[in-house]
Design a protein around this ligand. Structure first.
Ligand code: F6R
Length: 256
């Protein structure tokens, strides 16, 4: 596991984008795993800049997102499909048909979760997976207690998440109660993972994830078992780490 601490959000975003770009340059048909939330927004902005200003070609890339709400169509402004289109896909030369977000509107949700796993396998597996982290150490919608071997499946959202989301919906009954999420096992099958965190509010989760024992109660700790995990944090998010992490260039991820 490689831990990189940078001075600013801009720097962690630029580094994550550069690592993804490096994989894509080495393998134009790379399979990239993506996350939603506030953390990766800077990475997506930098990828867009690399595409527009430095000719990064994403036309052969396939993407798989970590999660999606059950019951929200892709044209709902709170869906993760909407988020990805708005913040990345609409601004780069990726083929929309090669962008995958779990289908929260499937008639048979369980079957659609199996199909998501099958689609990842058919694409050749994920070359590099971008991850955020929740303050409680969750990864995607794998909340504390999730099986460390789990695959893509439906999860009931925590009451806290439901309450938090209430502000985005006019009616209580429209707030999603379930989500589809890649499992921890699915994430661990990726050839490389980048876990990105900024802000002081993530410091505790990062300290346990990097220096604590591996436990299902903090699902992100499983990255300690990944042979190619890079944890990239800004100084506030890294402020509770106790060991020294020298500033050195990020590893070169060679896609296969
Ligand atoms: C979303 C995801 C979540 C977020 C996490 C942090 O696809 O995987 O686990 O990464 O909730 O969210 P932000 O980045 O908004 O702090």
């Amino acid at each position: 596991m490689e831990v990189i601490i940078k001075d600013s959000y801009e720097e962690i975003s630029a580094l994550a984008a550069r690592m993804i770009a490096q994989v894509v340059r080495g393998k134009p048909n790379a399979v990239v795993g993506l996350a939603t939330g506030s953390t990766p927004l800077g990475t997506y902005q930098e990828l867009i800049r690399l595409h527009k200003e430095e000719g990064l070609d994403l036309s052969g890339v396939t993407t798989f997102n970590l999660d999606e709400y059950v019951g929200l169509p892709g044209d709902h402004d709170q869906s993760y499909r909407w988020f990805m289109n708005k913040n990345l896909f609409n601004h780069i030369n990726i083929d929309p048909a090669n962008t995958h977000v779990p289908n929260g509107m499937a008639d048979d949700i369980e079957r659609s979760c199996e199909e998501y796993e099958e689609a990842i396998t058919a694409a050749g597996g994920i070359d590099i997976q971008l991850l955020g982290i929740g303050e409680n150490g969750h990864s995607a919608f794998n909340e504390p207690g999730s099986s460390l071997g789990s695959r893509t499946r439906v999860k009931t959202l925590d009451e806290e998440t439901i309450t938090d989301n209430a502000r985005f919906f006019e009616n209580m009954e429209d707030i999603p109660r379930y989500a589809i999420t890649m499992g921890i096992g699915t994430i661990m099958d990726s050839r490389a993972v980048i876990l990105l965190a900024n802000k002081e509010s993530k410091a505790e989760a990062i300290s346990i994830t990097v220096e604590g024992p591996i436990t299902a109660m903090v699902p992100a700790t499983i990255v300690q078992m990944h042979p190619k995990a890079t944890i990239i944090v800004d100084r506030p998010a890294g402020s509770k780490l106790t060991r020294e992490y020298p500033d050195r260039p990020a590893r070169i991820v060679n896609p296969t």
